[in-house]
Design a protein around this ligand. Structure first.
Ligand SMILES: [Ca+2]
Length: 279
């Protein structure tokens, strides 16, 4: 189970307070990372208040989703179940709770952008993909930024095209690509079980390697060779240079990229790295 999911399950227990009422073991306190995560979003949204397009389910604090088969509606019959059944039903119940809470965590994720270095100038914050920063008055001006929660990809061109760069949670007072970005995408994909297959030639031909962790391609004699790839799992960043420097190519679960020529990335990749779930 990923750290994210573990956090969410802990939160689900805590939020519903069901574990104790059901008598199935102690409530696990939510890890501090979770509460930190939540606290970081305590400031009210100012700039970006458009309706959310991701279809989040309302949080349990207002209208908790009720699974017809859940134990919460049948606590008095609890003794008729075996412990195995208890666990099975609780897992089923928590699965939907965890999904809702995961959505809420993503909802708290955001990127805050500034037109000047050092977080200066007017500001805007976004919680959803921005396909064209021009519409937000921030095209080709972002010079510093802060990421809270889920990672983001910034693109040179609108509609998530052109050169790209990943920003994981943190503060970036100066950017190598300042004044270049035209669109922003939040990464909400499952980061567990990363796997990528790189091919020496375009169209998945030639020598290939399958990787499941960060790898310096020099070390496996595959540097400046790759021309196509398939992502089986996770979100991967391919780097031009071995020390995670230079140009980047970001790829998502299920992506199949038959040629790197459109990205000016052919025979360039020297290092690959999967984004890791939040620790
Ligand atoms: Ca090649």
């Amino acid at each position: 189970m990923s750290h994210w999911v573990r956090d969410v399950v802990a939160l689900a227990y805590e939020e519903r307070g069901q574990a104790s009422s059901l008598g199935v073991g102690p409530i696990q306190p939510a890890p501090s990372t979770s509460s930190n995560y939540l606290e970081q979003d305590s400031a009210p949204t100012t700039t970006e208040s458009s309706p959310d397009s991701r279809g989040e389910v309302a949080g349990p604090s207002t209208t908790p989703a009720r699974d017809p088969g859940s134990l919460s509606s049948t606590p008095h019959h609890f003794s008729h179940f075996s412990r195995q059944n208890h666990e099975k039903l609780i897992k089923k119940h928590l699965k939907s709770s965890a999904s809702n809470l995961l959505q809420r965590l993503f909802k708290m994720s955001k990127i805050v952008v500034f037109p000047e270095e050092g977080f200066k100038g007017r500001t805007a914050e976004f919680k959803n993909d921005v396909h064209n920063l021009e519409e937000k008055g921030f095209s080709k001006v972002i010079s510093s930024l802060k990421v809270i929660g889920a990672p983001w990809v910034a693109y040179y061109d609108k509609n998530f095209a052109g050169k790209q760069r990943v920003f994981q949670e943190g503060e970036y007072a100066t950017l190598d690509d300042k004044g270049m970005f035209s669109s922003l995408k939040i990464i909400t994909d499952d980061l567990d079980n990363p796997e990528i297959q790189l091919f020496e030639d375009a169209n998945y031909q030639g020598r290939s390697v399958t990787l499941r962790q960060e790898t310096c391609l020099h070390s496996i004699n595959f540097s400046d060779v790759a021309s196509s790839h398939k992502v089986k799992g996770g979100v991967w960043v391919l780097y031009e240079h071995a020390n995670c420097q230079g140009a980047q190519l970001v790829s998502f679960p299920g992506d199949e990229v038959p040629s790197y020529f459109p990205f000016s990335f052919n025979d360039v990749a020297s290092h690959v790295q999967p984004l890791l779930p939040k620790p």
